[in-house]
Design a protein around this ligand. Sequence first.
Ligand code: NIG
Length: 436
Amino acid sequence: MDKLLIINIKELLQAGEEIVLKRGVEMDDVNCIENAYVYAVDGRIADYGEMKNLPAELNMLVKAWNSADPHEKETCSQADAIEVIDAQGRIVMPSFCDSHTHLIYAGSREREFVDKIKGLSYQQIAANGGGILNSALLLENMSEDDLYSSALGRAYEIIASGTGAVEIKSGYGLSLDTELKMLRVAKRLQQNLPIPVKTTFLGAHAVPARYAGNKEGYVDEIINTMIPVVASHELADYIDVFCEDGFFSVEDTDRILNAGMKHGMRAKVHANQMGVSGGVQVGVKYDAISVDHLESVGEEEIMALKNSGTIATMLPGATFFLNMDYSPARKFVENDIPLALATNYNPGSCPSGSMQFQMALACIAMKLTPQQAFNACTINGACAMGLEDEVGSITVGKRANFIITKKIPSLDFIPYAFTTPFIEKIILDGKQIEIQ
Ligand code: NIG
């Protein structure tokens, strides 16, 4: 049995047995145990609590470990193979849960970044064949193995920045073969990464050039050809649509979500990023697990989400990168709508997979407190991927996916010192991961 015991933790954050999706005033609470330990067996959390309540048998293991010679500690060869980490007053928290990424892509798009600086809008770049269509062209010409290697590099980059669960979308294929290529790569990542991965079919990310002037034809292809094949190969957990002027209408979104759900995929929607699109309402209609972006929302969207089972996911990294107005996050909190934060890691609107940066933007630009942002990046992010039984809190039975911080004063320091590395060690499934 593999055992890991972390002792002398200054603050064990988000620890408890009743931690579920948070909304309203619950978002202010981060359950914190001071001067704590956490114990993991075979990759799962087995126990945690205050140091003064450390069970006698664990205390004995600590004593044996302390007296073992350094070689035994290194090889973990002593009886019971326990590894003890003395946190020496550091904070331990659950890893981040990033519920919205497009991290499989074939090339960066810094030329469009410069075009934007020179005055072109995201929509103008897309209308000129740049944007998502540019990514689709690059991806068509890259081998599946090369695509996998480049995505694997990005996945380890986010793991090193503290992410312990991730959702990954297709949507840079836009044909049956290339969408399947992306989803097979996502499945390979799911099999090989040390973190849980959820996959999403986003064929409706843009209308490909071969269907220019015939969007209906592409929607029909998604519904009649792509969705059945994706489902029969069990390649996606979720079905997603970019519901936006110039991309897919509410009617298109309705048809595609309906078809995806009939094939066992739960809905997610890219909603209200550039304008009031109706994406929120159609997502709520289909009980989407989340509607994502939400920069352009008014009373109607808030009312639609209130009392629905749909999580509002905000992607402030994209709002920052596209230099837009931020989503009114506090309005959502005031209206008891559960909020998640995610990176949206992609080459066009957020070439960053840093959850620390999302936390910082949520606090600085959207005026969430660090506690609200932290809940949105952990347990609520886990819920937005259907992974709340696995990750998102320090709870018995969940995966032992933790961050041991450097010696920082408090949780508030993480978004405050937003470019300062705050991670000392990453633990995944109860094992330390080497970080570069
Ligand atoms: O969520 N909005 C649609 N999709 C991505 C951007 C994709 C791209 O530009 O490549 C987003 O922002």
